[in-house]
Design a protein around this ligand. Structure first.
Ligand code: IPE
Ligand code: IPE
Ligand code: MG
Length: 238
């Protein structure tokens, strides 16, 4: 059953730690990249569903700063998979009015991938539907340090007064600054950690963990997570 519809108090911004591709492949006696390929198909499905239920923002954790330390072969396999995926899904994003952005440090990404990501951002920049962000070569700690560097630049050029800094104004220096507040983080595969995902933005996010491996994550799994979220009482310290 793939039926899903918008619910009254569904989250505005969902972040997903798409974990478990390697284990999924291993269970089938296949190479890890086979799991990553299956994972991409799920990501596509999720984007389409998010459009359908009029989610405002979806952020997908595709590759962490720490993932650079995986075996070279897996890293290059992932990079070429990202390249092929961007190519393949450009029209899907355009047709669905999706605005695409990336978060992360692109300096170590292959040049072609970097260029394709930039192209996708600019082609979709005027779109008004789902705000899709791909966290790629992204780390929450690195993003905060990068923000501090930009802040110091602005301070030195007297654009800002550091004594006037607030939580809201600091967010201007971080990734995801133009997105609604992060409401819900979903992590698949049974690990119950953030692994450097949206550390600043997760301050008041609801966390949802499921043992389902990412390539097995279905529309009904998302439905379950959204309903679970909608029944929670968010006290926000009050
Ligand atoms: C998540 O799946 C995808 C990436 C980190 C790129 P994993 O590759 O971490 O899969 P497991 O955790 O080893 O099963
Ligand atoms: C987090 O998963 C990163 C992504 C899903 C892209 P990892 O598999 O890299 O995280 P750890 O190593 O289990 O913490
Ligand atoms: Mg993992």
């Amino acid at each position: 059953n793939t039926h899903i519809e918008k619910i009254p108090n569904q989250p505005k911004h969902v972040g997903i730690i798409m974990d478990g591709n390697g284990r999924w492949a291993k269970l089938r006696g296949k190479r890890r990249i086979f799991g990553h390929e299956a994972g991409v198909i799920k990501a596509r499905e999720l984007v389409e569903t998010s459009v359908k239920i009029e989610l405002e923002a979806l952020t997908l954790y595709a590759f962490s700063s720490e993932n650079w330390s995986r075996p070279k072969k897996e890293v290059s396999g992932l990079m070429s998979l990202f390249e092929r995926t961007i190519e393949k899904y450009t029209s899907l994003l355009i047709d669905n009015n999706v605005r695409f952005k990336t978060a992360g440090d692109p300096s170590m990404l292959p040049k072609i991938l970097k260029r394709k990501l930039e192209q996708m951002e600019s082609i979709t920049s005027e779109n008004t539907g789902l705000k899709l962000t791909l966290a790629i070569a992204y780390g929450g700690q690195q993003d905060i340090i990068n923000g501090i560097k930009l802040l110091i630049d602005d301070h030195n050029s007297q654009v800002i007064d550091i004594n006037q800094m607030t939580v809201e104004s600091f967010e201007d220096y971080l990734s995801f600054k133009d997105l609604p507040e992060l409401d819900l983080i979903i992590r698949t595969s049974g690990e119950t950690r953030l692994s450097n995902f949206m550390l600043w933005q997760s301050a008041y996010a609801e966390l949802y963990f499921t043992k389902t491996l990412w390539p097995d994550f279905k529309i009904t799994s998302l439905n379950k997570a959204l309903h679970n979220y909608s029944e929670r009482l968010r006290k926000l310290g009050k």
